[in-house]
Design a protein around this ligand. Structure first.
Ligand code: BGC
Length: 456
């Protein structure tokens, strides 16, 4: 067994899920409606009108799933909390759903008992519909309601959760939900997306402040889907397009988080293209730069950018794939992008602590008659990405951990159950869990702290 891919001692290995994608029980025990309940229940949004009503039935299978996490050897389990499960109307004044809070208390207690460190994400896209009815994240009041919700969760589980994530991929929340209309709430307005992104960042700052007041030793990060962007050619225009894409996905969030305010080139570009910009005060910027403890890096793909004033208003570029190898989602496979991006972020923002909070792949997994799932492509995908991560550490990136997406197949947003990202295969008809080959391989990696393990 080679050990050239051995990771530093203390490197954190984990796996992740998200509430709407696995819990099910969408209207049980007092849970309120979320924007994803509403979005999926309206036909036409999701592949074959799949919904998260049952999903992986995790709400009823807590024990079995925690046992699975333990068996995987994960040191960290990253899960998200469904806001409408604990506050059905979105606000504390609207009443706390004790049964919902108890569910997360039980989950955390079981994880701790199993020797797994909980990493709790406060928002992975399932906003209470009651708040969307009042404008959702485009309404600044949602930031205050978020702060109340966050405090409730700190009170409930803060003493046992050392790692927190405020938001999963605010870019997706803002633009997939409010500009592309592909995610709940399904809007198509660029200016709304920009406003939403500002409120998300503001709410992140508020959550950090509250956490550090109550639990100064706990750490909070934010997960950004900071893909790598390369120019499609050497032309000045294509290079500017790639920088703009970096501005849209990454600098828009990282600059204010690092106390630099919003990037001026992006503000100017948006304004020149007719985007209405939010009113941002100095105080807002101070709150946003509240001392994020780590950057959560979600890495799935990279892109090439070609300048084209006739496409992609207001950004004026076309996005091209990086390679001819595609995942089931149609995303081109480019592990080098993970390395390049970690190096770029470190060069641009300093040696900040980074955790790869998501990385994974959907392939067509087909179980054998005896319930085995051979997924050598997934193993190769992870191996190559870990190799890139390992090189980045050797070249000076302060990378502290790797969290694989996902523990199990689950509801893949607009693609419903047609995409399987899990280390565990879910037979949705019976809810039986089958360990894929990648499950055993990943366990071996975690145990050896080495990405070069080979299975017999
Ligand atoms: C999201 C997950 C999603 C995964 C694959 C990530 O950006 O956080 O919820 O399942 O991508 O699409």
């Amino acid at each position: 067994m080679a050990n050239e891919r051995r990771f530093p001692p203390g490197f954190l290995w984990g796996t992740a899920t998200a509430s709407y994608q696995i819990e099910g029980a969408w209207n049980e025990d007092g849970k309120g409606e979320s924007i994803w309940d509403r979005f999926t229940h309206n036909p036409g949004h999701v592949y074959r009108t799949h919904t998260g009503d049952v999903a992986c039935d995790h709400y009823h299978r807590l024990d079995e799933d925690v046992a699975l996490i333990k068996e995987l050897g994960a040191q960290v389990y990253s899960f998200s909390i469904s806001w409408p499960r604990v506050l059905p109307n979105g606000t504390r004044a609207g009443g706390v759903n004790t049964k919902g809070v108890d569910f997360y208390k039980r989950l955390v207690a079981k994880l701790v008992e199993a020797g797994v460190t909980p990493m709790a994400t406060l928002y992975h896209w399932d906003l209470p519909q009651a708040l969307q009815d009042r404008g959702g994240w485009a309404n600044r009041e949602t930031v205050d309601h978020f702060a109340d919700y966050v405090e409730l969760m700190y009170e409930a589980i803060g003493d046992r959760v050392p790692f927190w994530v405020s938001h999963t991929e605010p870019w997706v929340v803002a633009w997939a939900g409010n500009w592309f209309g592909r995610h709940g709430p399904g809007l198509r307005d660029f200016s709304t997306a920009v406003l939403v992104s500002h409120h998300l960042l503001l709410s992140h700052g508020r959550a950090i402040d509250l956490l550090h007041r109550s639990y100064p030793k706990s750490q909070m990060g934010i997960k950004l889907n900071t893909q790598m962007t390369y120019p499609a050619s050497d032309s000045e225009e294509d290079r500017a397009a790639a920088h703009r894409d970096y501005g849209w996905y990454t600098r828009w969030f990282m600059d204010p988080l690092c106390g630099r305010g919003y990037p001026k080139d992006m503000l100017d570009w948006y304004a020149a293209h007719g985007v209405v910009l939010p009113r941002v005060t100095e105080e807002d910027l101070t709150v946003i730069a509240n001392g994020t403890d780590f950057l959560g890096h979600s890495y799935y793909m990279s892109h090439k950018l070609r300048h084209d004033p006739n496409q992609g208003w207001p950004l004026d570029f076309e996005t091209l794939p990086m390679s001819e190898y595609f995942t089931e989602k149609g995303w081109s496979i480019w592990p080098q992008g993970l390395y390049d991006n970690l190096i770029r972020i470190t060069a641009d923002y300093g040696r900040i602590p980074i955790i790869i909070t998501e990385n994974g792949v959907a392939f067509k997994d087909i179980p054998t008659e005896s319930g085995e799932v051979h997924d050598p492509l997934r193993i190769e995908f992870i191996r190559q990405h870990l190799a890139a991560a390992h090189r980045a550490i050797a070249d000076g990136v302060d990378l502290r951990g790797y969290i694989h997406w996902s523990l199990m197949d689950n509801f893949e947003w607009q693609d419903g159950y047609s995409m399987r990202f899990g280390l565990t295969y879910i037979d949705y008809a019976t809810q039986r869990r089958f360990r894929k080959d990648s499950f055993a391989w990943y366990r071996a990696v975690v145990t050896a702290n080495d990405a070069d393990v080979r299975m017999q």
